[in-house]
Design a protein around this ligand. Structure first.
Ligand code: AMP
Ligand code: ZN
Length: 471
């Protein structure tokens, strides 16, 4: 791999992030300003998402919006996967659909859960990512990567599994700062006979007839969890990309092992240049758990009188989440939700505008996503806008940047032919690499409440653009 492919050769736009790799706040520079690449581990789809799961989704949605503002949405690729291979999914399928063939039962569980997840996070004001790959679409890529790891001496077959050999990677543990010998000394996990080292982890395991499986050189089996993200991120973002995110519980083992697989398979010195992790969410001061009775799904909060005996609008949940900075722990309490609701109640209705968002708010977000500071500044703007309508446009543009208080657009009078024509003009502009023109056309459509979604034709690789009306 050439240095140019990994070097942070983009410009310094004043963005700073606390990078888990170094534990320091660092200036962000992209590898390529024309394609800033972000990967976030998405949900494992076996059950309703809880309000803790909503935190990374909202936090990284704000990051996606900020990057889109700074670089142009055309130049940001955001991938958030769906994990639809997992033993918890199998168990749920057997429990809920005992009479169906296993594959059909699994498909039902994953589809139903993914649909609910999309509904939940839409209510939280979360944008769709550029790509949302599912693990089951990438099994072939996983088999290929495992083959490479075996060939390069980083993986071995034992006891019906393919395992990653952690000792084969001299700097294994760099993200979590765990050394292999510490892991041995403190090993609470009994070393299973077939493992060479206690920290070795599964890349592929054999499936029984009752378990889902795919044919592979090692027999019919299924992938381990970590290999899924290594393969899906490479597919959409390349061997090395800019930012990788998730909750801090994922640092070890999940992200450590993603790094080990990707770096050893590709022979690179890094997988992603910046690793961002959100802190944990508690409810009323306690770890959320079903036995404590303080476990709430997003859907319950939105639609049932569960938490505090009332329903909560999605916007209040989003606002409450952003009032605490992403790295800090957050205590989700009735008081906090009421505080968020009271602030929002003081905000005026936004207007349609192409004004630039407030630089004070943008600066706060550029400083390691200081959403707490951003909301404070936005609130001050909202109060000003109530008194002085001349401040409404900048207030509206700023609220939109945070995904709060969207304009309720008047959609009457949208002409489908005009929209299609504009999309075609944009596709032409993209082909001609006229990014400014393409950005302009997209912005014009967005201001009419028309959202564009780009994807690629899996056969021809050609860009396909679809559109929808939003509110
Ligand atoms: P899981 O489905 O458990 O893998 O979690 C999906 C995402 O939610 C991961 O990024 C987790 O780190 C995150 N997550 C799970 N529980 C919490 C919590 N209580 N607070 C914040 N993030 C969480
Ligand atoms: Zn992952």
């Amino acid at each position: 791999m050439s240095a140019a492919e990994t070097e942070k050769s983009g410009t310094n736009k004043g963005l700073k992030f606390t990078n888990t790799l170094t534990r320091e706040k660092e200036v962000f520079r992209a590898i390529d300003d024309e394609n800033v690449r972000l990967y976030v581990c998405g949900p494992t789809v076996y059950d309703f998402a809880h309000i803790g799961n909503a935190r990374p989704v909202i936090v990284f949605d704000v990051l996606y919006r900020l990057l889109s503002h700074l670089y142009g949405q055309e130049h940001v690729t955001y991938v958030r996967n769906i994990t639809d291979v997992d033993d918890k999914i199998n168990a749920r399928a057997l429990r809920d659909y005992p009479d169906l063939p296993l594959n059909d039962a699994i498909a039902k569980v994953t589809q139903k859960t993914a649909d609910q997840f999309h509904k939940d996070i839409e209510a939280l004001g979360v944008l769709e990512p550029s790509h949302e790959p599912r693990a089951t679409q990438h099994i072939e890529g996983m088999i290929e990567m495992i083959k490479v790891l075996i060939e390069k001496g980083h993986a071995y077959v034992a006891g019906g599994e393919v395992l990653f050999d952690t000792v084969s990677m001299p700097d294994y543990g760099g993200l979590s700062k765990r050394k292999l010998d510490e892991q041995k000394a403190g090993a609470r996990i009994a070393v299973e006979d077939h493992k060479k080292n206690p920290g070795d982890f599964v890349l592929w395991k054999l499936s029984s007839d009752e378990e889902p499986g795919w044919e592979s050189p090692w027999g019919r089996g299924r992938p381990g969890w970590h290999i899924e993200c290594s393969v899906m991120s490479e597919h959409h973002l390349g061997k090395v990309f800019d930012i990788h995110g998730g909750g801090l519980d994922l640092i070890f083992p999940h992200h450590e092992n993603e790094i080990a697989q990707s770096r050893c398979a590709h022979g690179t010195s890094t997988m992603a240049n910046y690793w961002l992790h959100n802190g944990f969410l508690q409810v009323e001061g306690k770890k959320m758990s079903k036995s404590e009775g303080n476990f709430f799904t997003i859907q319950e909060l939105l639609e049932k009188e569960s938490f505090g005996d009332r329903k909560w609008p999605g916007e209040v949940l989003r606002m409450a989440m952003l009032m605490t900075n992403y790295r800090e722990p957050i205590d989700f309490s009735r008081r906090k939700l009421e505080e968020a609701e009271n602030l929002l109640a003081k905000w005026p209705e936004p207007v349609e505008t192409d004004a630039e968002p407030s630089s004070e708010v943008v600066e706060a977000l550029k400083d390691d996503l200081n959403t707490a500071g951003a909301i404070q500044a936005l609130h001050a703007l909202a109060v000003e806008a109530v008194k002085d309508p001349a401040r409404l446009p900048v207030y509206s543009a700023t609220a939109a940047l945070l995904g709060l208080h969207p304009v309720v657009a008047d959609l009457s009078g949208v002409d489908e032919g005009d929209v299609e024509a504009a999309i075609n003009r944009r596709l032409e502009a993209l082909k001609a690499k006229d990014w400014a023109q393409a950005d302009e056309i997209r912005a014009e459509l967005t201001s009419q409440g028309i959202l564009l979604k780009d994807s690629k034709d899996s056969e021809t690789g050609e860009r396909i653009t679809t559109w929808e009306l939003k509110r």
